[in-house]
Design a protein around this ligand. Structure first.
Ligand code: ZN
Length: 333
């Protein structure tokens, strides 16, 4: 395999220097309104001597806000005196998408979480992914990536990690999830792992933790409080920030199979039949999709393929064929 060219991204921060630095990952992007212009992705490095490194990201999808709200504040308030090691904060990872308030980048339609390992000579989104893949992830001991439902999904607030082949790595990830202390803690199953940041970090052997904290293209007071308390808890748990983990009750959930997911087979107007967090029995109708082109048509019923609780739902009032309508999860001890 031929060696990849170096990343076109230049950091304006020094990852080895003690103290607080607020800077940018500068990515050259020549365009109509800026001939020799760049995308300036905000980054903060808080470093105090030897110790583990945490890499914290929000805005992997640009319409999810708990992560950016927690991380811009953490960058502004975390005192290096309370730190042992290094905290690297990128509050809006897909910065062009975040600026546009959209899931994917308006420049190249790139979905950051389907772009890994990226390419140094690819699109803007692929160049950012490549920089994380080759420059930032290798520095990290623990990787935390905030997500929420964005404009089209809404979730019960949970912190999550994946079931892994390496049980030692998996145990460390679930211990960090427990420390985050969201109302729910999830053993998460993905629909499609190819190109995910999660997979890239896990394949490097990193402790990878993520969240789904709400959604609908906004953030709620409660979910922001959960995000801010949780990320400090994870840093305390990792021994990077001084102080004890602020414990809180969490209910563990599992997504045991693909039966968790329900998809629309027709377009129409969605009527959710149960609310987030409510229990459901196998065979129960979780949502109905009403066709709106004519009157007198019976709605399509979406039935639960397993018993559990409603962990996520489609957010906007109209659905298209193929939209994810509901996600179920099972309570575990
Ligand atoms: Zn997301």
């Amino acid at each position: 395999m031929s060696a990849l060219p170096p990343s076109p991204i230049t950091p304006t921060v020094d990852f080895e220097r003690d103290g607080v630095q607020h800077g940018f990952l500068r990515l050259p992007y020549s365009r109509d309104d800026s001939a020799w212009g760049s995308v300036m992705i905000p980054i903060c490095v808080i470093c105090n001597g030897e110790g583990p490194t945490a890499l914290l990201t929000g805005g992997n999808h640009g319409d999810e806000y708990e992560g950016p709200l927690a991380l811009y504040e953490l960058a502004r308030t975390l005192d290096p005196k309370d730190v042992t090691g290094t905290v690297i904060i990128v509050p809006a990872m897909n910065y062009p998408a975040f600026r546009a308030g959209s899931r994917t980048s308006p420049i190249d339609k790139g979905n950051m979480n389907r772009s890994f390992p990226g390419r140094p000579d690819g699109s803007v989104t692929e160049k950012i992914a490549d920089y994380f893949q080759r420059e930032l992830l290798p520095r990290a001991d623990i990787v935390f990536d905030f997500h929420s439902g964005g404009k089209t999904l809404d979730f019960v607030p949970f912190c999550a990690a994946h079931t892994l082949l390496d049980k030692e790595q998996e145990k460390k990830a679930f211990a960090a999830v427990e420390a985050f202390a969201a109302p729910f803690s999830m053993r998460m199953t993905e629909i499609d792992t190819d190109g995910m940041y999660d997979t890239a970090a896990e394949q490097m052997g990193k402790v990878f933790v993520t969240t789904e904290l709400g959604g609908g293209g906004t953030a709620r007071a409660e979910t922001v409080r959960i995000a801010r308390r949780g990320i400090l808890n994870v840093l305390r748990h990792a021994g990077i920030v001084d102080g004890a983990v602020e414990k809180s009750q969490t209910q563990w959930l599992d997504m045991p199979s693909g039966d968790c997911f329900a998809f629309a087979e027709d377009e129409g107007m969605i009527e959710t039949m149960i609310d987030l967090g409510e229990k459901v029995e196998e065979g129960q109708v979780v949502a109905r999709i009403h066709s709106t082109g004519r009157t007198g048509t019976a709605p399509q019923e979406i039935k639960a393929r397993m018993s559990g609780l409603l962990a996520a739902r489609h957010f906007p009032g109209l659905v298209k064929a193929g939209d994810c309508v509901a996600v179920l999860a099972v309570e575990v001890d």
